[in-house]
Design a protein around this ligand. Structure first.
Ligand SMILES: [Zn+2]
Length: 42
């Protein structure tokens, strides 16, 4: 029986759909882009 922590560990990491960098986990729903690509100045 897996713990909930183990469950989240085995989740695939999100990747930015623009640059391909891995996205740090955040609660917000910005879509699938990293902070850099999500930057409003860009
Ligand atoms: Zn990116």
């Amino acid at each position: 029986m897996k713990s909930i922590v183990e469950f989240f560990r085995t989740l695939p990491k999100k990747k930015c759909s623009k640059c391909g960098n891995s996205i740090l986990e955040k609660a917000d729903c910005y879509g699938n882009v990293c902070d850099e690509c999500d930057h409003p100045a860009r």
